[in-house]
Write a protein that binds this ligand. Structure first.
Ligand SMILES: *[C@@H]1O[C@H](CO)[C@@H](O)[C@H](O)[C@H]1NC(C)=O
Length: 387
């Protein structure tokens, strides 16, 4: 039986013991999706949702191109036709126009996800003969984010992005009213996986804002030491090695001048995330069973405590609907380290000829799946000897 893709979700859900919340596995990997060109203007009613281009960001591999050379490709066009090389980040006053020019024929752009979804006619992308321009008018703090230019490599009409030549600039639009890039969600659920860096994406609109991290209950400021938790003005806070005590409701506070504002709330849920896929061991009560006897096949996984393992079986009688049944159990393993044994036991009562063949157990956790098999031979009953 092939593992359905939904199976990973079920695991996540059972791991969380919450069935109502669907988590985006890679919510924290939020980023600009390379490869999407801004959609044409499509006025939307109501608020924007934060779904959408949140692909697993395969970071374009930055080759050893000197940064200076790369940034020559991208310039900011200022008033009266003046050009300015851009560094890693720039600030543009809200309400002003952002104009970027990128050398290449053609080029493609990627913009912050919000802008990609809710383009309301303020963004204009034009390709000239030797360069492309991106113009964003009537800017707001919400436009803060990463703007990337990808020079394209073309053969006839077949073009592809040259990822190693991508140039990015982070643009802040300091907004006198909004210190945080607004979010339409009142709160955001974020999964904390064991030893997996997690980002709380409270993005400020001004690089000058002072940002602190707070826990809702008990109400305390969280220490940001740069090791366990670090801050990046272009990203937010990162919990570098999540532990169970990081879970709970957190939010950021930004202050600048007389202004002090709170971000969206982040509900952090801790998930025991396995270090590796499971390594199941299969064992049958006997490799050769007499018709009419019972057979037990066990599939055992030793793993980290509280890591959910899901078992699926394939067996010879499956097609004809042999009603086998399984028993699953979890038991702690002694010896200090927090480990547990998960086991699925397949029980075949009164073995028949059709039960002969290969028994396969697949064990899956959030890191992956592994299958193991064993072969069972069914032998006829020895006829009682005639006297
Ligand atoms: C920009 O703002 C001005 C003044 O509010 C308005 O007239 C204009 O239509 C806006 N432009 C776009 C493209 O939204």
């Amino acid at each position: 039986m092939p593992l359905e893709s939904g199976s990973k979700w079920r695991l996540v859900l059972s791991a969380l013991l919450i069935s109502a919340v669907i988590l985006e596995l890679d919510a924290q990997e939020q980023g600009v999706t390379p490869g999407r060109t801004p959609k044409p203007s499509k006025p939307k009613l109501g608020k924007s949702t934060k779904k959408g281009p949140r692909a697993v960001t395969t970071k374009p591999k930055t080759k050893a191109t000197p940064a200076a050379e790369a940034h020559n490709l991208l310039t900011q066009v200022l008033n009266r036709g003046k050009f300015k090389k851009v560094g890693e980040s720039i600030s543009v006053q809200t309400g002003d126009t952002l104009e970027l020019r990128c050398r290449g024929k053609p080029v493609q752009w990627s913009v912050p996800p919000y802008l990609e979804e809710d383009d309301d006619g303020r963004l204009r992308i034009v390709q000239h003969e030797r360069y492309g321009t991106l113009t964003l008018v009537n800017s707001t703090g919400a436009d803060t984010g990463e703007y990337t230019c990808y020079p394209m490599y073309c053969e006839d009409t077949d073009c592809r992005k040259e990822y190693n030549k991508a140039v990015k600039v982070f643009v802040f639009f300091p907004d006198p009213q909004e210190l945080f890039v607004p979010s339409s969600d009142y709160y955001e659920v974020i999964q904390l996986r064991t030893n997996w860096p997690t980002v709380l994406p409270c993005q400020v609109t001004s690089p000058e804002a002072k940002v602190t991290l707070h826990r809702e209950y008990p109400p305390v400021e969280v220490t940001v030491d740069g090791m366990e938790i670090s801050f990046n003005v272009k990203k937010g806070f990162t919990i570098n090695r999540p532990r169970p005590h990081h879970a709970g409701a957190l939010y950021c506070v930004a202050s600048l001048g007389n202004l002090r504002q709170s971000s969206t709330k982040y509900m952090l849920i801790y998930v025991n995330y396995p270090m590796a896929p499971p390594a199941p061991v299969i064992q049958a009560s006997s490799s050769s069973v007499v018709v009419g006897e019972n057979l037990r096949v066990s599939c055992t996984v030793m793993g980290e405590q509280d890591v959910v393992v899901e078992f699926t079986w394939e067996y010879p009688g499956q097609q004809i609907g042999r009603p086998l049944y399984t028993q699953e159990s979890i038991s702690p393993v002694g010896g200090g380290a927090a480990r547990q044994q998960s086991q699925s036991l397949l029980l075949v009562d009164e073995v028949r000829d059709v039960d002969q063949g290969t028994y396969t157990c697949t064990a899956q956790n959030l890191q992956g799946a592994k299958s193991v098999s064993t072969t069972i031979k069914v032998v006829p009953k020895t006829k009682p000897k005639k006297p």
